[in-house]
Design a binder for this molecule. Structure first.
Ligand code: NAD
Ligand code: TDX
Length: 332
C-alpha cells in the first residue's frame, strides 16, 4: 500500500495502531493529530522515525487534509473527541471533529480516489436491556444516546452516503470498549488503576450494573488492519471479543489484582443518559475475514494493563490532576 495516513495517531487506539502497523507491515505512516488534551506524543516513542512522521493539525483543516491525502495510499481515521462525559459538558468540539472532520476527510479521499477506513463505536446502536438475548449486529438500527455517540453515528452515515453516492472506497468498523496501554486517565479502567496507585478509592457511577463489552486494544487494531487489507468495500464490520462485564465486577477485579479489599470503592453521581449495556456479535468479521481475538483472558489483559500504568507513571502523571479536578466539579 505504501503511505498510510493515520488520523488521531497520538491518541490511545491510534498510537497503538501506529506501533502495530510498523511492526506487522512495511507501510510508511503519516500521523495527523491535533494534539488535543487527549493526545500524548510520548505514545509514539519508539516508533521507527524513518517510517513514521507526525503532522500536527486538525482533520477539519481542508487544505492540510487535502495535501496529505494527495500523497497517501490509504487513510485510517481514528481522530475524534472520544469521551462521553466531555460531550455532556460541551458538545461543540464533538460536532467539529467527529462530524465536520469526517466530512473533510471524505471529500479529500473522494477527490484523490484514496482507500479509506472509518473507525467507529458500538455506541451508535444505543443500549440493550441487561436480559436482552440479542447483541448488536451490522443490521441493528442506529439509536445513539449521547452527543458523542450521536456525532459518531452522524459520521458513519456520511461515510455510507459517500460510498453510495460517490463510489468512495471505504470500509467501516464499530468496536466495543477498548482497554490496554496508553489510554487517557479520564476513561474508566485507567482512572481506577491510577486512583489506586495514588491511594484514592475507585469511583463507580451509580449502582455500577452497566455492562461494557471489553476488548484489548491490540485485538481491535489487528481487526482494523485485517479490514483495511481484506474487507469488502462499502461494508461495516462489528469488532468485539465476547467480553461483557459489569462495572462493579471490573472495579472489584482491579482492586483484587492491585492487592486491595474488593469493596474499597465509592459510588458517585451517575452519568446523564448512561447507556445500560453494550454487546457485540462479531460473527461477520470472524467468518468473512478469519479474525479472532488473541487476548482471551480479560484478567490477564487487565493485569498487563495495570503493570503498564505502574511502569509508566511519567506518561500519565501530567494529566491526572486536571482530570480528577474536572470530575470533582460534577461529583464524580
Ligand atoms: P482518544 O481520545 O484517546 O484519541 C483521540 C486522538 O484524536 C487524540 O490524539 C486527539 O489529539 C486526536 N484529535 C482530536 N481531535 C482532532 C482533530 N480535530 N484533528 C486531528 N486529531 C484530533 O480516542 P481513542 O479512545 O483512541 O478513540 C479513537 C477512535 O476509536 C475514535 O474514533 C473513537 O470513537 C473510536 N472508538 C473508541 C473506543 C474506545 O473504547 N476508546 C471504542 C470504539 C471506537
Ligand atoms: O470513573 C468512572 N466510573 C464509572 O463507573 C468512569 C470514567 C466511567 N464509569 C463507567 C461509565 C461506563 O459505564 O464505566 C463505563 C465505561 O466508561 P468510559 O470509560 O467513559 O467508556 P464509555 O462511555 O463506555 O465509552 C467508551 O467506549 C466506547 C469510549 O470512551 C468511547 O470512545 C467508545 O466509543
Amino acid at each position: 500500500m505504501g503511505n498510510i495516513v493515520v488520523t488521531g495517531g497520538a491518541g490511545f487506539i491510534g498510537s497503538n495502531f501506529v506501533h502495530h502497523l510498523l511492526a506487522h507491515t512495511t507501510h510508511d505512516v503519516t500521523v495527523l493529530d491535533a494534539l488535543t488534551y487527549a493526545s500524548n506524543t510520548a505514545s509514539l516513542d519508539g516508533a521507527d522515525e524513518s517510517r513514521m512522521h507526525l503532522v500536527v493539525g486538525s482533520v477539519a483543516d481542508a487544505d492540510l487534509v487535502d495535501s496529505l491525502v494527495a500523497k497517501a495510499d490509504a487513510v485510517v481515521h481514528f481522530a475524534a473527541e472520544s469521551h462521553n462525559d466531555n460531550s455532556l459538558d460541551d458538545p461543540s468540539p464533538f460536532i467539529e471533529t467527529n462530524v465536520t472532520g469526517t466530512f473533510v476527510l471524505l471529500e479529500a479521499v473522494r477527490r484523490h480516489h484514496t482507500r479509506y477506513h472509518h473507525v467507529s463505536t458500538d455506541e451508535v446502536y444505543g443500549d440493550l436491556a441487561l436480559d436482552d438475548p440479542h447483541r448488536f449486529t451490522e443490521a441493528t438500527a442506529y439509536n445513539p444516546s449521547s452527543p458523542y455517540s450521536a456525532s459518531k453515528a452522524a459520521s458513519d452515515h456520511l461515510v455510507r452516503a459517500w460510498v453510495r453516492s460517490f463510489g468512495v472506497e471505504a470500509t467501516l468498523s464499530n468496536c466495543s470498549n477498548n482497554y490496554g496501554p496508553r489510554q487517557h486517565v479520564e476513561k474508566f479502567i485507567p482512572r481506577q488503576i491510577t486512583n489506586v496507585i495514588d491511594g484514592v478509592r475507585p469511583k463507580l457511577y451509580g449502582a455500577g450494573l452497566n455492562v461494557r463489552d471489553w476488548i484489548h486494544v491490540d485485538d481491535h487494531n489487528a481487526a482494523v488492519l485485517r479490514i483495511l487489507e481484506s474487507g469488502r468495500i462499502g461494508e461495516t464490520y462489528l469488532i468485539g471479543a465476547d467480553g461483557e462485564k459489569n462495572n462493579v465486577s471490573v472495579i472489584e477485579l482491579i482492586l483484587a489484582l492491585m492487592g486491595q479489599p474488593t469493596d474499597a470503592y465509592d459510588h458517585v453521581n451517575d452519568r446523564a443518559g448512561h447507556d445500560l449495556r453494550y454487546a457485540i456479535d462479531s460473527s461477520k468479521l470472524r467468518s468473512e475475514l478469519g479474525w479472532q481475538p488473541q487476548f482471551t483472558s480479560f484478567e490477564d489483559g487487565l493485569a498487563d494493563t495495570i503493570a503498564w500504568y505502574r511502569d509508566n507513571e511519567a506518561w500519565w502523571r501530567p494529566m491526572k490532576q486536571a482530570t480528577e479536578a474536572k470530575y470533582q466539579k460534577v461529583g464524580q
